[in-house]
Ligand binder design. Structure first.
Ligand code: CTP
Length: 412
């Protein structure tokens, strides 16, 4: 079936705000994809965007004249007396792509000095923001604080992509605008509620575990919990009764998810076992410690002069343990590997009796651990699906698409 025939965004009204950056040329493709998806697209170009792209391609692709200035308003169809306010009233979603550091700053701080920033002053969350800027600017505390402020207000700020920048001297780094297809997917996720996991209880684990050695020291790993939190939030959004069992992670509870916070692998095992009894699926995104100190001390240990050996013992392998009486339930695991990623993931899939496994690399440029985006492979008994580098929220959607398909097969 063609995208057009499905028209997933049929009848949805979108505003596409284009700010000034070299990535503005990619917004033409985004406008095309949105229109192909059935959406109405009102483009708004900032003055500096107009130095990078002409309004005509947007008009041809969407059938709507872009708005370029505050006064007088050209085009824009039913914009009424207060065009910026009436546009936000009527829009189902405002997308800013590319979003420069400047427009992100104005949006976060409430500055309205042109049409786009003024329109954002009355934007209801979530607006979808696709940043594009120099990696050093993206990493700057000012931009990061503005991004956090927008996210706290419920807006969706995508992670810029990592890779080579448009200007060679800017080198490689995280700052490129996400691809138009990814932005479209994020727009669909906001605009089209998809309750394909309703009736299902999905347990997700996230984060590292901490294995105490004494009163102040522990063994742990670099996992941030972002993948598991994204999965649990997405599962809830898609109608599942979502439970998140998380090791120590500094992330806020995803909306609609029941969160159980634990510390050690043993606590995670107990919590998962409890939730598993009436669950339909378990997604083990946590980086569970495989070993813990044999003899943890309640006191702080004092150092000696010589070397120190700490004896470790195995923790329970939660997945392997639960796959014993799996029944009709779905088990999903993750494999985080530095080499032979696919081979090792396949071996784990079989050894731990999973229905499918998500493999990530945890070394080099595409190190998934702690990152906001990652490249993954979804592997089951019969096939390996290679995904591009995706923001973890988008990746969560892909993983749950697979889960939903499996659930449909089981429940019909
Ligand atoms: N896992 C688990 N219980 C553990 C350790 C891991 O359920 N005690 C789960 C993880 O959540 C993940 C999968 O098993 O979904 C793979 O974990 P990983 O540690 O990479 O695999 P191991 O089998 O421990 O293999 P290795 O140590 O050889 O990498």
């Amino acid at each position: 079936m063609s995208k057009q025939a499905q028209a997933p965004l049929g009848g949805k009204k979108t505003v596409l705000g284009v700010s000034g950056g070299i990535a503005a040329y990619k917004s033409i493709d985004l406008a095309r994809l949105l229109a192909l998806d059935g959406a109405e697209v009102q483009t708004v170009l900032t003055e500096s965007a107009a130095s990078f792209v002409q309004p005509l391609p947007f008009e041809v692709l969407t059938g709507v004249t872009p708005i370029q200035r505050m006064f007088p308003v050209e085009g824009g169809g039913s914009t009424g007396d207060m065009p910026h306010v009436s546009l936000t009233d009527h829009a189902d979603l405002i997308i800013i792509a590319p979003a420069t550091a400047n427009i992100i700053g104005k949006f976060a701080q409430g500055v309205g000095d042109d049409f786009l920033s003024t329109l954002l002053l009355s934007a209801r969350p979530p607006a979808l923001v696709a940043p594009a800027m120099n990696p050093r600017m993206w990493a700057s505390p000012a931009v990061q604080e503005n991004v956090s402020a927008l996210r706290e207000r419920g807006h969706v700020v995508m992670e810029p992509a990592a890779g080579r920048m448009a200007r060679a001297e800017e080198g490689v780094g995280r700052g490129r605008m996400p691809e138009p297809g990814e932005i479209l997917q994020a727009a669909r996720a906001i605009l089209v509620p998809n309750p394909d996991l309703s009736g299902m209880k999905v347990v997700v684990t996230a984060g590292p575990t901490r294995e105490r050695w004494d009163a102040v020291r522990y063994l742990s790993n670099r996992s941030s919990g972002k993948m598991g939190f994204a999965l649990a939030g997405e599962a809830a959004r898609r109608g599942a009764d979502a439970v998140l069992v998380s090791g120590p992670a500094v992330l806020a509870d995803p909306p609609g998810v029941r969160v159980v916070r634990v510390e050690s692998a043993a606590e995670m095992y107990e919590a998962v076992k409890r939730e598993w009894t009436d669950a339909n699926a378990l997604v083990m995104a946590a980086a569970v410690a495989d070993y813990r100190p044999v003899d943890p001390s309640a006191r702080k240990r004092k150092k000696g002069d010589g070397p120190l050996a700490v004896e470790l013992e195995r923790t329970t392998d939660i997945l392997a343990e639960l796959s014993g009486d799996k029944g009709g339930r779905i088990l999903v695991g993750f494999a985080a590997e530095t080499e032979e990623v696919l081979e090792r993931a396949k071996e784990k899939l079989i050894r731990k009796g999973m229905d499918f496994i998500v493999a990530n690399r945890v070394s080099g440029d595409e190190d998934a651990m702690g990152a906001d985006a990652s490249r993954a492979w979804i592997i089951d008994e019969s096939e390996t699906e290679a995904l591009p580098v995706l923001e973890k929220g988008v990746l969560a959607g892909r993983i749950l698409d697979r889960l939903a398909k499996m659930w449909q097969n089981i429940s019909t």
